[in-house]
Design a protein around this ligand. Sequence first.
Ligand code: ADP
Length: 640
Amino acid sequence: MAKKQFKTESKRLLELMINSIYTHKEIFLREIVSNASDALDKLCYLALTDDKVGMSRADFFIRIKSDKEARTVTVSDNGIGMTAGELEKNLGVIARSGSLEFKSGMEGQQAAEGDIDIIGQFGVGFYSAFMVSDTVEVISRAYGQNDAAKWVSSGVDGYTITAYEKETVGTDIIMHIKPDTDEENYGEFLEPYRLRQLIKKYSDYIRYPIIMDVEKTRSVETDEVDEDGNKKTKYESYNEEETVNSMVPIWQRGKSEVSDEECIAFYKEKYYDADDPVRIIRISAEGAAVSYKALLFIPKKAPYNYYTRDYEAGLQLYTSGVMIMEKCADLLPECFRFVRGVVDSQDLSLNISREMLQHDRQLKTIATNIEKKIKSELKKLMTDDLSLYKEFYQSFGLQLKYGILGGYGMKKDLLSDLLLFHSSNENDMVSLSDYVSKMPEEQKFIYYACGDSIARLDKLPQTEPVKEKGFSILYLTEEPDEFVVSMLGEFDKKTFKSVNSDDLGLESEESKEETEKQETENKELLDFVRDSLNGNVAAVKLSHKLKSHPVCLSAQGTISLEMEKYFSSLPGGGEKMKAERVLELNANHKTFNALKMAFMRDKDKAAKYAKLLYFQALLIAGTDIPDPGEYAGLVDELIV
Ligand code: ADP
């Protein structure tokens, strides 16, 4: 019989499969099995609506057999089957569903890279058999037909279709596995254990039994007799059919059927985590737009590579029990990228491409629901078990903060009430709503201080007036904290205020006037101090904030001292991002009097005092002194 030619686009795809350098050739089995499952679905559906079929759901199966000598792997199903005409139509061209995306992926110069992507992520159906086979035979008998047909192809030069005998309805796909080469061990696909592994990995949840012969051993009695007169036994091996897939995935089962313990065991095994997750999220959604089930987990600890580029976030995506994507990042918002789990929706197509997935409305609906659900579960955890939430927060608090900063604050409303900061009054981590609820009536702002450590912040001169009022201060010690606060701007209509701010909103009008008056009186001295500091500070002021301390350092303008520190820690950052420093002096402190006296009698000495006070302010602020030698010299002079 004359060979028929493949349609052009099929030919191109076939070439690609045959010469595939793609490393995940193993997905061919997933593709063939899922086609078989579709064929079973079709006949199963027919059986429901037509008594003549005479089969029930339990009668349907997929069987996989390997023959090492013949080097074949056969996947059989008793599904709907294909007539000769259908073999021609279905296998001579790429199936309509897959072809469109394929074509769009093939266009452009980067075809080669794109190709691999397509194969890797979505599979391209039947032709993937050619990644591991040099010849593929398809023997099929369609339901309602007595004749069967055989389709054979050894690659791009075409295929033949001939009449054939087949006793039962259904399809056998016989794959002649390629010979091994130096680079590729195709023979592995003939090993039953390897095939079982692949079924477990990709097709475990196919809803029909996938049957394989499993080699077992048993003991049998022989006629030989041992010394004690007992019959001797020997071991023999035999094959037994076994269903190798579990058929019903854990996420498909109802809450009453699967305990939390089972879900936790599933999580630990699947994600190699020694810790229990802090929360299990089960979703079973049936909506007009899309129906899906999801089983999600919020881990307690971050994997070692979580905050590196190596960590790949995303949820495993299934459609009708077939895994189509290992890590679907589009299902998870960046701020919750620590969540792990599975989403299964029968409304998605198996051959959908990544680009299409990104624009898929159903997928977007799922992602939006998932985001809401994760948020509400985290909130619940915070209320139900704050200490467990704190453990979670230790690992992923930073992620939530970056989530607020990302996308120009798009997610700030979603995330702000999940934050925890150290509160000076409680000496513990508190949420922002907790902080606000405990604010006395007269307190107008949410006060915060930024620095390296809580101990250091607690000693900061600027905190004194706030503490004196009995108001709590949030101590922010993580790198993004200050940016987070400035991105939030306010919480529950209460504005954030740094203890470094010029006006803490604590002072009475009279005392403000008093300070202003003092400042005018001492203008000459303040200018002198500024000039003595050689441009290190933008301004010198008298401060009403200070109580027991003689000086403190603050900043005017948008860049704070902490931000400056952060920027200068960035490679190549630094120079441009300088805070405009302000040296604040306590007019009621003894040192101020000493400075004043020196200014009147000995300008040289006054300049030295000014420097000393500036250095002191730097030290208290936790900033490096630019010239420690000079500082030491000045102190020595004082002592001697
Ligand atoms: P897709 O599955 O995306 O449609 P494939 O290239 O995998 O694309 O398969 C092409 C078509 O061949 C299928 O749509 C189906 O009609 C038919 N087919 C493949 N395998 C089988 C099978 N085991 N039984 C019946 N029909 C099959």
